[in-house]
Design a protein around this ligand. Structure first.
Ligand code: AMX
Length: 469
């Protein structure tokens, strides 16, 4: 298999130099500037040696079937293994989490460390991660008119719509769009793209916190106004928590974990792929990420965390706190019989329990062992996979990332389920913008797969099997 050979061989091409005896912490931009030329040279070698390698055949069913199994994308920052789950720059989540740097406060990793890793391929030192944290805090400003626009949104406008709206509006300050319009050379695009990515990631806590404040304000109360700003002494996640109005150290840590583990799931999922395809037309990071958020807002993708908690809460209302597994099973069967999906279960690529579910469940068992909703999460795990596996239709009956996250958020008082996907989106910015920035660094062209009509399928494979068209 050519592609496996390519994969094995690729580990022999020169990788970025490791940092030796460096006393002054690198900035992310410095480190990227060192890494980019080496990596581009690696990719030139890979393409020269393995460019004609065959990545597999495409069948008609695959084209009708959501392109499952078609390998047609390069996404440098993460890779999903159906059995083991996500690897971020080759590190599995359980292996990586203990290695990522902690901040000045808290015991969970700073998402800034994950961002550094995704962009550079290197686990940063604590000083580097703290430096990036300070840099993001400095960049974390939003034009006042965008804050006013958000304040004018009706409380009932879905928070994901508000997020997408605000991110699109931030495009007003895109450095890449301005640089492109002024005709800068192609090989410098990534530098402006990098600036926009960091600016956008830095603005997200302020934007998302403002949305939270506005949708949760009391009936008749005025919107936030000019009251929110980033505190440069706090990390990215701490700032987000504080601006939303949460003050406890345990909430901060839960949010750090949430924002770290939701960041990326390789390039073919709806949110990442949308960001990738929009950016391939050289739309700037703001336009690309806003589109990505619109995809994440779908109930089969990121909205599933909202759906999942609603499902668990409703089940509790109907079954009470002492439901037996038999009662849970009857409830689950009735939902499936009515034609609905069980949110938080199943996946297009994964074929085992999602490690992101496992790490959230373990965290919950340690910090909120007596939460009645956690008990139901455990019972669903005992019941749902067996029920979904019956009949063999569902390809993956195991829990995904969304099966436990809502219970954590709800426990700490973040009860507005329609806000949950915004948190997912803030985290996802780290991964999709890193992957998309690398696509720009590599100069990947505008994306344009070929499509067919059903008549064309019949023409290609008929006429003896042709239906009447
Ligand atoms: N409950 C009930 N039925 C399910 C199911 C679930 N959790 N997961 C899959 N199925 C059904 C599908 O609806 C499909 O039925 P159909 O043939 O009648 O249309 C059949 O099983 C085969 O589907 P599949 O090939 O196993 O899954 P898929 O790749 O088409 O879809 C996913 C994957 C995630 C959309 C699906 O498993 C699902 O709808 N899960 C529930 C929603 C959810 O948790 N989404 C979040 C995923 C993670 C994320 O992106 N955040």
């Amino acid at each position: 298999m050519d592609h496996i050979a390519a994969h094995n061989q690729s580990s022999k091409v020169a990788m970025p130099p490791t940092k030796l005896g460096n006393t002054t912490p690198n900035t992310l931009h410095q480190r990227m500037s060192e890494i980019v030329p080496n990596r581009l040279s690696d990719i030139r070698i890979i393409r020269t040696k393995y460019g004609k390698g065959n990545l597999g055949n495409v069948t008609v069913d695959m084209a009708y079937g959501g392109m499952r199994g078609i390998v047609g994308l390069i996404w440098e920052v993460s890779l999903l293994d159906p059995e083991k789950g996500i690897t971020l720059r080759t590190h599995s989540l359980p292996e990586l989490l203990p290695r990522l740097p902690r901040g000045r406060r808290g015991s969970e990793p700073m998402p800034e460390g994950m961002l550094w890793l995704l962009l550079t391929g290197e686990v940063p030192t604590k000083e580097e991660a703290l430096g990036l944290s300070a840099e993001l805090a400095k960049r974390g400003v939003v034009e006042p008119w965008i804050e006013d626009v958000l304040d004018q949104c009706p409380k009932t406008l879905h928070p994901m719509t508000q997020l997408s709206y605000a991110v699109n509006a931030c495009q007003h300050s895109s450095k890449f769009a301005k640089a492109y319009a002024s005709g800068v050379p192609k090989d410098t695009y990534w530098q402006y793209y990098f600036e926009d990515c960091l600016d956008l990631i830095a603005k997200l806590p302020l934007i998302a916190a403002r949305i939270y404040r506005n949708v949760t304000r009391a009936e008749g109360a005025p919107p936030v106004g000019r009251g929110l700003s980033v505190d440069v002494s706090l990390d990215w996640s701490g700032n987000f928590a504080r601006m939303m109005g949460f003050e406890s150290d345990e909430f901060d840590d839960m949010l750090r974990l949430f924002l770290t583990i939701h960041c990326d799931h390789e390039g073919g999922n709806v949110s990442a792929h949308t960001c990738h395809v929009v950016s391939s037309a050289l739309a700037d990071p703001y336009l690309s990420f806003a589109a990505c958020m619109n995809g994440l807002a779908g109930p089969l993708h990121g909205l599933a965390n909202q759906e999942c908690l609603l499902f668990i809460v409703k089940m509790r209302e109907e079954l009470g706190d002492n439901a037996s597994n038999d009662q849970v099973e009857a409830y689950v069967r009735a939902i499936i019989k009515s034609g609905q999906v069980i949110p938080g279960y199943g996946h297009a690529v994964l074929r085992k329990t999602d490690p992101r579910y496992t790490c959230q469940k373990e965290w919950a068992e340690m910090h909120l062992p007596d939460d009645p909703l956690l008990k139901l999460v455990g019972q669903l795990f005992e019941v749902v996979p067996r029920v979904l596996a019956e009949g063999g239709k569902v390809k993956n009956p195991w829990p995904n990332v969304d099966a436990a996250s809502g219970v954590l958020l709800n426990h700490y008082g973040l009860k507005e389920t329609n806000y949950y996907t915004v948190l997912f989106g803030v985290s996802r910015a780290l991964g999709v913008l890193s992957g998309t920035l690398w696509a720009r660094i590599c100069g990947l062209p505008i994306e344009r797969p070929k499509s067919l009509t059903s008549e064309e399928v019949v023409r290609l494979f008929g006429p003896e099997v042709s239906p009447k068209m």
